[in-house]
Write a protein that binds this ligand. Structure first.
Ligand code: SF4
Ligand code: SF4
Length: 304
């Protein structure tokens, strides 16, 4: 199973519509979306324009402290207009005037690392999950995902409970080792799946989240290593690789004996079609669309 990650924090409806259109026509069946009504509607619009009506949707939320629910913020009094952040943002979320478009910001934190003056901080933007998650399931979303790389266990328990009460076809746990070691990662997962039916949970083994800007083995190494930790624990879950995933992921995972259920690709998948899906005449220009679709087909094939 290949999953196109549009971005848990990506609230740019036009971008999501185009990504779903391209990747649906390339053969992708599962799409990861921000938990916003307008984003689900945009994804469905993209599918409709592609003439494909059997797509699956996954909606992601995060617990407090997880960077998937953060947005970058610039303190203009500290900014020296060096444009490092503008040049390095992978999602074109910063304008040349050094203003952040919150809807496009996915919270990756790259701009913060590149800022020489400490002018950039991040702030959490949580959703009303008690209202939005039931809405999503009622409107055809079959996968609900929780990003759990934060220290607030109370928030984790509350959100996981709501996800379970919604009874999605699959519940997904997205975890990496940036904040925790293997022991805590496995303890969290075991506790979370203890009340669930076997193999109704997906563990999304995140290598380094939102880091998939390159197509090499090194970039995807941590995703495969994280999947190995989950696999060795022999839990009744499906394993999906993510976070730094690219066209080398499947090959490396196979070399390492990982029995993965799926591969989720975000940054790399979006980057390779970006020159096409950002064209002003995208919807009128069939040649641009076909070139983007061909590139997406190659990536999906590499994940088999
Ligand atoms: S670099 Fe990442 S965190 Fe910064 S504005 Fe762009 S998307 Fe947001
Ligand atoms: S990197 Fe920092 S100092 Fe440079 S333009 Fe961006 S916010 Fe301003």
């Amino acid at each position: 199973m290949f999953k196109l990650v549009c971005g848990a924090g990506n609230e740019d409806t036009e971008s999501v519509k185009r990504l779903v259109y391209v990747y649906a026509l390339a053969g992708c069946k599962l799409f990861d979306l921000s938990a916003r009504k307008e984003i689900l509607a945009a994804a469905k619009e993209g599918a409709k324009l592609a003439g494909i009506n059997d797509l699956l949707y996954c909606v992601s939320i995060g617990i407090k402290g997880d960077k998937h629910i953060t947005k970058a913020k610039i303190n203009s009094t500290k900014c020296i207009k060096c444009a490092n952040c503008f040049r390095n943002c992978p999602n074109d979320a910063i304008y040349s005037s050094i203003i952040i478009d919150e809807k496009k910001c996915i919270g990756c934190g790259i701009c913060q690392k590149k800022c020489p003056t400490g002018a950039i901080t991040t702030e959490e933007k949580d959703v009303n999950y008690k209202e939005i998650l039931p809405y999503m399931v009622q409107n055809g979303v079959e996968f609900l995902e929780l990003h759990i790389m934060g220290h607030d266990k109370e928030d984790l328990a509350k959100k996981w409970q709501v996800i379970n009460e919604c009874k999605p076809k699959f519940a997904s746990i997205c975890i990496d080792r940036e904040n925790f070691g293997n022991k805590e990662v496995l303890e969290r997962i075991k506790e979370m799946i203890s009340t669930r039916e076997p193999y109704t949970t997906i563990v999304q083994a995140d290598g380094v989240p939102m880091s998939g800007g390159s197509d090499d083995y090194k970039t995807t190494l941590q995703a495969v290593a994280m999947a190995e930790v989950i696999q060795n624990a022999e839990l009744p879950v499906h394993i999906m690789l993510s976070g730094g995933t690219n066209s080398k992921t499947a090959e490396l995972a196979k070399m390492c004996g990982i029995n993965y259920w799926g591969i989720a690709i975000g940054s790399w998948a979006r980057k390779i079609v970006k020159p096409y899906v950002t064209q002003e005449d995208f919807w009128e220009n069939k040649q641009i669309q076909n070139e983007a679709i061909d590139i997406a087909i190659k990536l999906i094939k590499s994940c088999k």
